[in-house]
Design a protein around this ligand. Structure first.
Ligand code: AMP
Length: 170
């Protein structure tokens, strides 16, 4: 999986000065690499130990959907405001570069008791904490976080008491 790093482009000062943006979208132009990655993530115990996947907008949807197909686990979507119809639950959070809100559809959330969180990248952990907060407030169990990239210098994982698995560390 180390060869994965070749397909992750680094952009200095994007979207703000001082941020080095890791773009995972290059992986999607390498279907065989993408397939291997999805296969590997799908076999994680964190997936096995959860009833459903909760993926985070927007890149988390790509990986979450692939894992859902391979693992036959249902998938939910944590989205930015104004995107999801029907009753929603929402929380605000701080990003490495700004503030945001995430919402989840109540109807879908009600169906499952335990979740694995899937995203493309763990930076400060603010985004994941937001989803974890919604899950905890709704009495859901969290099997863990599964992510493609982890920026270890930001020590995001220190904020969580559930297991975290990342395929690549920078
Ligand atoms: P955080 O809440 O700080 O852990 O940020 C994680 C979320 O923001 C992920 O969904 C990423 O898509 C995005 N993100 C934050 N920092 C970066 C970065 N340096 N490169 C790429 N994406 C990032």
């Amino acid at each position: 999986m180390q060869k994965l790093k070749e397909f992750i482009d680094n952009y200095k000062d994007f979207p703000k000065k001082g941020i080095e943006f890791k773009d995972v979208l290059g992986i999607m132009q390498e279907p065989d690499v993408f397939k291997e990655l999805i296969h590997k993530m799908s076999k994680s115990e964190l997936i096995n130990n959860a009833e459903a996947i909760i993926s985070i907008e927007a890149r988390g949807f790509i990986f979450g959907s692939g894992i859902s197909l391979y693992s036959s686990k249902p998938i939910l979507f944590a989205r930015k405001p104004g995107k999801l119809p029907g009753e929603i639950v929402k929380e605000e959070y701080n990003l490495e570069y700004g503030k945001n809100t995430l919402s989840i559809q109540k109807k879908a959330l009600k169906k499952y008791k335990s979740f694995v969180i899937v995203d493309d990248l763990l930076a400060t952990g603010g985004t994941v904490e937001c989803v974890a907060k919604i899950l905890r407030k709704n009495n859901k169990k969290i099997s863990g976080l599964l992510t493609v990239v982890e920026l270890t210098n930001l020590e995001g994982r220190k904020n969580f008491n559930f297991p975290i698995e990342s395929l690549l560390q920078f």
